[in-house]
Design a protein around this ligand. Structure first.
Ligand code: FES
Length: 103
């Protein structure tokens, strides 16, 4: 499925990069810009980023389920990951509202 129409990136491409990043460090914080940087791409309109965040969360959960990480490790990490992405989404909405008001 095409996720990013600006860069023609599919969900398969994104999952593969996330898995490579997790292989390097399975507890690192992965954000859309890190995924795109690893693919030598960058967000243009960034409209795909919420879908990329969902893929990051799902792929990370699946990765740790396969890796047999302990439940407490996973719960702690996933809650930090989800909180980070929620904060990013909230900041993005506030930024858009501010730029809309200024226009
Ligand atoms: S849809 Fe991905 S950057 Fe525009």
């Amino acid at each position: 499925m095409l996720v990013c129409s600006c860069n023609y990136i599919t969900d398969h491409d994104i999952r593969a990069v996330i898995t490579e990043l997790l292989d390097q460090d399975c507890w690192q914080l992965i954000v859309p810009s890190k995924v795109y940087h690893a693919m030598s791409k960058r967000g243009r309109c960034c409209g795909c980023f919420p879908a990329v965040v969902d893929l990051i969360i799902q792929t990370t959960e699946d990765y740790h389920a396969r890796r047999h990480s302990t439940d407490s490790e996973i719960v702690d990490f996933m809650s930090r990951l989800k909180k980070f992405h929620e904060d990013q989404r909230r900041a993005d909405i506030e930024r858009r509202l501010k730029s809309h008001r200024a226009a």
